[in-house]
Write a protein that binds this ligand. Structure first.
Ligand code: SF4
Ligand code: SF4
Length: 181
């Protein structure tokens, strides 16, 4: 049969020498490599006890921001969904009713807003596309899970909590400076 590449190697079936049968040379060779590395500075960390320091502008879990009065900024314009290369964002828009002015900043809002975190590639284009300062990526790391359903993040997980506001000033500044992070 004709070979497709020249990378194939013939398997050697030669008899092992007496030294090889004792495995001593191989063991000594392995130990030599072990001792060469044992006193070197480690490049690994003992996660999760030790956490690696990450950039303050790390592109992690998204947040849907509120304004200073606590109203949701998102107006369900859909620009983030259009910009998303992974088609990870879906939403349903709704009209704000009388008496809901304290909940939503503008007359239209996202009644449903979901990001499929299994599709998301954390590129930050949704943040770039948003004209309402409504969506930002944060330095929070997406938690792991056993079920695929748990990776569909709805408003309950995305909208920032009133008593736990999330500082996105660094990312906002970079966005205002017009530089993609
Ligand atoms: S970070 Fe990128 S992939 Fe993820 S939702 Fe935003 S635009 Fe889509
Ligand atoms: S997050 Fe921004 S871009 Fe996306 S729908 Fe809301 S206002 Fe529009």
């Amino acid at each position: 049969m004709e070979a497709l590449t020249n990378r194939a190697k013939q398997v050697s079936h030669k008899e092992m020498t007496l030294g090889e049968k004792f495995y001593l040379p191989a063991i000594i060779k392995g130990l030599k490599i072990t001792f060469q590395h044992i006193f070197k500075k480690t490049v690994t960390i003992n996660y999760p006890e030790v956490k690696r320091e990450i950039s303050p502008v790390y592109r992690g879990l998204h947040v849907l921001k509120r304004d200073d009065l606590g109203r949701e900024n998102c107006t369900a314009c859909g620009l983030c969904a259009v910009a998303c290369p992974a088609e990870a964002i879906t939403m349903d828009a709704a009209e704000r009713k009388r008496g809901e002015e304290h909940l939503y900043r503008e007359e239209k809002y996202a009644a449903k807003y979901e990001i499929n975190m299994l599709r998301c590639i954390f590129c930050g284009l949704c943040e770039e596309a948003c004209p309402k300062d409504a969506i930002y990526l944060t330095d929070r790391i997406l938690p792991s899970n056993y079920s695929r359903d748990k990776f569909i993040f709805g408003k309950d997980l995305l909208v920032e909590k009133m008593d736990a506001r999330i500082d996105v000033s660094l990312r906002k500044k970079k966005k205002d400076d017009n530089s993609i992070l």
